[in-house]
Design a protein around this ligand. Structure first.
Ligand code: ADP
Ligand code: MG
Length: 274
């Protein structure tokens, strides 16, 4: 699945603009794994940034109906860098889109930032996508008619921030991903690795708390994938992010704090360094 249908009214910005959301890997609790200490507010452990219980999501109707997530449990803790691995088609993107408020579950509980997402208004969902969540996809989705710096400033301009503030923040992020010398270049003038760095900058410019990355290195060669992952790790730490990264690269996943494998109905703990 590469595209999630979203009602226009739900969009914080256009689909092409969501190419950059913001993230880090290996941490989180899935399946029936034991939970963190039972210090709770309104049903959500304080350390949990994401809590999914019995999450169900399918597509289509009748004979064409496909049940993808079938009662999934997953917790992602504050500050964790969690890698999600699993075979193609198992529902990794589906899960990320639910957590990223790009789609809605059919059933089950989903809490993010200690709030039941089913209680959020359309405006709140759009605002959270724009300000609290950062997304990076496999394909950078930078807008071709805008420079790198303009692309990175876009989420702040959409949020109504003054141009001066938006461009100052964009310039800082572009430098933070090592592309200061490319800031006036257009996406088609950048290499694949540079385009993904730009997408990371755009994802983080609004200072999100949670970074979601869906196979961010899937389109890169090994050296560029390694470099991008290092950048995600560095930004995860320096910007105090919670990150959830879907990846096919087991070697990269192993650099995260925790790795879980998605099977559709369950999440299996693969490794945890904590
Ligand atoms: P993954 O990211 O693990 O490869 P996805 O979440 O993209 O898997 O897709 C899981 C399953 O759901 C696949 O069988 C896919 O074909 C199906 N699917 C995804 N999105 C849609 C959709 N919008 N309509 C119908 N089926 C979909
Ligand atoms: Mg996918």
């Amino acid at each position: 699945m590469s595209h999630v249908a979203l009602r226009p009214s739900e969009r914080g910005f256009t689909p092409r603009e969501h190419g950059g959301f913001g993230g880090h890997v290996c941490g989180g609790r899935v399946g029936g794994a034991p939970q963190s200490p039972p210090q709770r507010i309104a049903g959500c452990a304080m350390s949990e940034l994401v809590r999914a219980r019995g999450l169900c999501k399918g597509y289509g109707a009748g004979e064409r109906r496909v049940e993808v997530l079938r009662g999934l449990n997953l917790s992602v803790e504050h500050g964790e860098m969690l890698a999600i691995v699993g075979p193609s088609g198992v529902g990794k993107s589906t899960l990320l889109h639910l957590i990223g408020l790009l789609d809605r579950p059919d059933a089950g509980e989903l809490r993010i930032f200690d709030a039941d997402v089913s209680a959020l208004s359309v405006e709140e969902r759009a605002s959270w996508r724009n300000r609290r969540l950062g997304f990076v996809f496999q394909f950078h989705a930078l807008l071709p008619e805008f420079s790198l710096e303009e692309n990175v400033a876009m989420p702040l301009l959409i949020a109504g921030r003054p141009r001066k503030t938006a461009f100052a923040a964009a310039r800082e992020l572009v430098a933070a991903v090592g592309l200061a010398h490319r800031r006036e270049h257009f996406p088609d003038e950048l290499s694949g690795g540079e385009q993904q760095r730009g997408a990371v900058a755009r994802a983080l410019v609004a200072e999100p708390e949670l970074l979601l990355a869906d196979e961010p290195t899937g389109n890169l060669d090994a050296a560029n994938a390694d470099a991008l992952f290092s950048l995600l790790q560095e930004l995860h730490l320096s910007r105090s992010l919670t990150s959830v990264i879907v990846t096919h690269h087991e070697a990269l996943a192993s650099r995260c704090g925790r790795t879980v494998r998605l099977t559709g109905a369950a999440v299996e703990e693969v490794c945890s360094k904590t």
